[in-house]
Design a protein around this ligand. Structure first.
Ligand code: ATP
Ligand code: FE2
Length: 330
């Protein structure tokens, strides 16, 4: 059952549809919700997705047509089932159900976190990695073991990207804050102690973000950005390293929007070199949220016969990656 799958991502700000086959991404179309001020407003993001879903889908179908792939070649429709913002997930699921009914093909419900891992395995040489998935809303260390991707460590409160964005807002920087913090951090090497919160294998970033805001009262923005990055990245590299030690795996895969950060990559690279394990970073377009990753895991699941009936295709805003029985791996 080798196939071609159309997948739609829309867990948060990024609405993206892609058509893939085993070989490559055939077409992708994206429309981003960017709030005028502040962070994501869930209802507005969902309204954005509702407004632009048909346009994004039309565009991806047109792109595929230029490559000789027509709607009748599509074998299944995949969508992000969660985790994510409920209103956004429901909007995207509605679009996916409509397409599945229109083309009379199966529906595949994809776990967003696992899609990040599988697109990384597809687009890098990593085969069985420990994955560090760090984005706005998510921060997890995962690895495959006995039929499931297990969560070895994760944030107990907010994701690292959101912690950066929250601090950045308090410092008067515009959203998204992560890239601005990275640039400012380059201008300092003066480390100010900030709370380093690792509890067993889990992490907490909320207090760190608040402490960084507090530190702005008596330190320069550059010094605080530098110290915030050094602290947060040391925390996630520590947990990733312990997951490697525990699982005995020999590869690290980086996923999620925070993975764009060059200092984080450098720290992971040093740790991986010390342990003689390989370190893998996908191309930027496959790091942050993207439609291709949903279509690709959708393809793997479709080929494994792991499809949904329309009646059972409800979304799950708290969908955990370790709740998924992995049907698509040996
Ligand atoms: P998810 O739904 O998986 O949580 P998301 O909606 O947060 O994803 P992503 O593109 O995966 O989207 O991640 C966006 C986050 O990444 C933002 O919080 C942003 O500040 C952060 N980010 C982007 N670039 C950098 C960077 N260079 N350094 C640090 N953080 C970054
Ligand atoms: Fe994501």
């Amino acid at each position: 059952m080798k196939g071609t799958v159309l997948g739609i991502e829309g867990t948060a700000w990024n609405l993206s549809a892609a058509i893939v086959n085993e070989k490559d991404v055939i077409a992708e179309a994206t429309d981003i919700y960017s709030p005028a001020t502040g962070g994501i407003h869930p209802r507005e993001a969902a309204q954005h997705h509702a407004k632009y879903a048909s346009m994004v889908i039309r565009k991806v179908l047109e792109g595929a047509k230029e490559k000789g792939v027509s709607p009748s070649d599509i074998d299944a429709i995949a969508f992000s089932r969660g985790p994510g913002l409920g209103a956004c997930l429901r909007t995207v699921a509605t679009a996916a159900r409509t397409l599945a009914i229109t083309y009379d093909v199966p529906l595949v419900g994809v776990n967003h976190c696992l899609a990040h891992i599988e697109v990384g395995r597809w687009k890098t040489p990593a085969r069985d990695p420990v994955t560090l998935y760090v984005s706005g809303a998510n921060s997890q260390v995962l690895a495959y073991r006995m039929g499931r991707y297990r969560v070895f460590g994760e944030t107990l409160d907010i994701g690292l990207g959101n912690a950066f964005d929250k601090f950045a807002r308090s410092a008067g920087l515009t959203h998204p804050g992560g890239p601005k913090i990275e640039q400012l951090a380059k201008k300092s090497t003066n480390y100010i102690p900030l709370p380093y919160v690792v509890k067993g294998m889990d992490l907490s970033f909320s207090g760190l973000s608040t402490a960084a805001t507090e530190a702005l009262k008596s330190n320069s923005l550059e010094d605080v950005c530098y110290s915030l990055q050094e602290t947060a990245f040391a925390m996630i590299v520590e947990v990733t390293e312990r997951a490697l030690a525990h699982t005995g795996k020999s590869e690290v895969l980086l996923a999620g929007g925070v993975g764009a950060n060059m200092r984080l990559r450098e720290m992971l690279d040093i740790m991986c070199n010390d342990r003689r394990v390989s370190f893998h970073v996908p191309e930027k377009r496959f790091m942050g949220d993207n439609g291709a990753m949903i279509a690709y895991l959708g393809l793997l699941m479709y080929e494994a016969g792991d499809v949904l009936s329309i009646e059972n295709s409800h979304v799950n805003p708290n969908f955990r990656p370790d709740d998924v029985d992995v049907t698509w791996l040996e």
